[in-house]
Design a binder for this molecule. Structure first.
Ligand SMILES: Nc1nc2c(ncn2[C@@H]2O[C@H](COP(=O)(O)OP(=O)(O)OP(=O)(O)O)[C@@H](O)[C@H]2O)c(=O)[nH]1
Ligand SMILES: [Mg+2]
Length: 203
């Protein structure tokens, strides 16, 4: 029998406004492949199940997404159901984490055109050695944690929901409250985010 706790799952967030890009980043072709499809393919290389959290599943259903399942993101109470939802990536992550069955989950933004499977695999191989108190294993820069390309323990869900229920929406503020393991970042370019038309032109 398979023990799910020994496997890894992934959550890919695809519910952002793409306001700086001016069009949906998830669908931008990079070397001919839509960005979301590219990130999901890499995620599926190290995770058994990839959950795509988005309020607009219909936009992405035509993509080739093996081992992926959609989770339809819902408005929080008090929010209108109008697209796009304004609650941000922390709430999207929480709605995905509710479905996760493995001890660790890899969280990824959909706008990481330079992501590399080998780096994720090297990190994933270290998860067994992360001290029990840590809720996450992430890289950090001078600006703080890199929350959207790293690993979280499923059991951080209650603390996360409590933070959100109290009005918290910031990954940085939430992560300050808990121990987090620092991951090495030998190749910082893998975290390059494609946020603007100028970023896209650079690829
Ligand atoms: N599911 C979900 N994902 C989100 C949400 N907000 C942002 N994201 C995702 O989080 C990642 C990083 O988002 P940003 O780079 O800040 O992008 P964005 O909000 O789409 O774009 P801007 O409007 O230009 O800030 C991307 O994968 C977004 O799709 C949200 O409310 N729900
Ligand atoms: Mg971004």
């Amino acid at each position: 029998m398979t023990n799910d706790s020994q496997l890894l799952s992934a959550i890919v967030l695809a519910g952002g406004k793409s306001s700086r890009m001016g069009q949906d980043k998830a669908l931008l072709p990079v070397h001919g492949v839509p960005l979301l499809q590219r990130v999901c393919r890499i995620a599926a290389g190290c995770a058994d199940t990839v959950y795509i959290v988005t309020p607009w599943i219909e936009r992405y259903q035509h993509l080739t997404l093996p081992h992926c399942q959609f989770i339809r993101e819902m408005p929080l109470s008090g929010e209108t159901g109008n697209e796009p939802l304004n609650h941000g990536p922390l709430v999207g992550f929480a709605q995905g984490l509710v479905q996760v069955k493995t001890d660790w989950v890899l969280l990824l933004a959909c706008d990481l055109p330079k992501l590399r499977l080998e780096v994720l695999q090297t990190w994933a191989a270290e998860l067994d050695n992360v001290e029990g108190e840590a809720i996450a294993a992430l890289t950090r820069s001078h600006q703080g944690w890199e929350p959207l390309c790293g690993f979280y323990r499923r059991r951080c869900l209650p603390q996360l929901l409590e933070f959100i229920n109290q009005g918290g929406r910031s990954f940085q503020q939430w992560l300050k409250l808990h121990p987090v393991k620092v991951l090495p970042l030998p190749t910082p370019e893998i975290l390059f985010n494609c946020n603007t038309p100028e970023d896209w032109a650079l690829i």
